[in-house]
Design a protein around this ligand. Structure first.
Ligand code: LLP
Length: 420
């Protein structure tokens, strides 16, 4: 469910025509729908609130735009961050420090201090080494860092290998068979307040079964830790719920997810923490682009060359991901095309042999479900700059990130005088 719909033959974001945004802001441009973000934030919350004490932390990596974070904050969400930069953004958007959870395998000493100084709510420790380092830094500052231990349950999430995180050979979390011993050693350090466990087995999950298996193991661990005299007040169940990228695909709903957790975790007696990203932001955004040219070669599929490229939306090039592609003003005629960007490599392909609305040079089109892991994964490859981002709210819209021009990027570069 989203608010990008055809109205009188033309695609709108809520009550604003995409053609108007293209006219005023130019293309390519990411367009987010506030109403869609809010709807997903509420549906997710309502599905999980029956569990009791619940803390929702939006995965900032999925869409770190300050306006998006502000919407999430207004919906009562905190933030799941994985770098000092994301932490700074979450704080800049007005999120209270205590609502921030810091995950990630490579937190460095500077980032640990940044989190301690800000007073963030929880560090999710990904290794014993990290816990020992954080304990020393916190103790030196006279603090105790609130922590959960991230456990790797060695479960195949059944998703793309590049976004699977819960297998034993992935870099995330501590091996489940060592978790009790590591927890005990970390809990003995004066700089740490060990308060629970965390898991996140992967992203774009299409099936609840691997999650259920992982949470079942977490339940067993909680019982074992408590039996050993440890305090466990928090269980962070991560993010990962997938969304349909292709019209007609069906994914587990937040309600089914909530019901599964209610069954598996009914006597955990903890504060449940969640780190959803894609399920909130995914289809709350589109990448609006203009057709530059249609290149026809005899006996071959024509190339529909658009002004967006793999640097703006990396998912198809990186993971072979599908994004629905639709004309903003469909003519009611279909064509088969290879949808490509202008970048000088064959990987700059959004879709091959795609049946799509017939398109001509100058036409506008959208890649759907680009609200998560879209703008945030952009690069400036081929010196293309960074595209603008717009948020629509009813019949109004605002530019929530300026387009960054190539000149602005190379302004940070220097040619040393010895090259004169
Ligand atoms: N929590 C942790 C610890 C994570 O690593 C992630 C995602 C999330 C939460 C949020 O997961 P979500 O609810 O959005 O599935 N760039 C890839 C996705 C990478 C996800 C990385 N971790 C993509 O475009 O599909």
């Amino acid at each position: 469910m989203d608010f990008f719909q055809l109205r009188n033959g033309e695609m709108f974001a809520e009550d604003v025509s995409l053609a108007r945004i293209a006219e005023e802001v130019g293309t390519p441009v990411y367009v987010y729908s506030r109403a869609t973000l809010e709807r997903h934030a509420r549906v997710f919350r309502e599905a999980l609130e029956p569990l009791g004490r619940v803390h929702l932390a939006f995965a900032v990596k999925s869409n770190p735009n300050l306006a998006v974070l502000r919407v999430m904050r207004r919906e009562g969400y905190g933030a799941d961050v994985v770098s000092g930069g994301e932490m700074a953004r979450a704080l800049a958007s007005g999120m209270p420090a205590e609502d921030i959870v810091f995950s990630g395998v490579g937190k460095n000493a500077r980032e640990m201090r940044q989190g301690l100084d800000a007073g963030i709510g929880q560090f999710n420790l990904e290794s014993e080494e990290e816990g020992v380092e954080l304990a020393a830094i916190a103790a030196a500052q006279g603090q105790r860092a609130r922590c959960a231990l991230r456990v790797n349950p060695d479960i195949d999430a059944g998703t793309h290998e590049k976004i699977s995180t819960g297998k034993a050979d992935n870099k995330f979390g501590v091996p489940i068979d060592q978790a009790v011993a590591i927890y005990a050693r970390l809990a003995a350090l004066p700089g740490l307040e060990m308060r629970g466990l965390a898991m996140h087995i992967g992203s774009q999950l299409s099936d609840l079964a691997p999650l259920e298996a992982a949470f079942t193991r977490m339940g067993e661990l909680i019982a074992e830790l408590r039996a050993n005299g440890h305090t466990v007040t928090h269980a962070d169940l991560g993010g990962g719920l997938g969304v349909p990228y292709k019209a007609g695909e069906v994914f587990p709903s937040p309600a089914e997810y909530g019901a599964m957790i209610a069954r598996v975790a009914k006597d955990w007696d903890v504060t449940f923490m969640f780190e959803p990203g894609r399920v909130i932001a995914g289809n709350a955004g589109v990448l609006l682009t203009r057709v530059v040219r249609v290149k026809r070669n005899a006996n071959r599929t024509p190339f529909v060359i658009v002004d967006a490229a793999m640097n703006d939306l990396a998912r198809p090039a990186l993971y072979g991901s599908w994004h629905d592609f639709e004309a903003v003003k469909p003519r009611g005629i279909r064509m088969t095309g290879n949808i490509v960007g202008p970048i000088c490599e064959t990987g700059d392909t959004f879709a091959t042999d795609r049946e799509t609305d017939a398109l001509e040079p100058g036409d506008l089109a959208v890649f759907r479900t680009a609200g998560a892991y879209g703008a945030t994964m952009a690069s400036s490859y081929n010196s293309r700059g960074f595209v603008a981002e717009v948020m629509v709210d009813g019949d109004r819209f605002a530019v929530v990130a300026d387009r960054i021009l190539p000149e602005e990027i190379y302004a940070a570069e220097r040619v040393p005088e010895w090259l004169d």
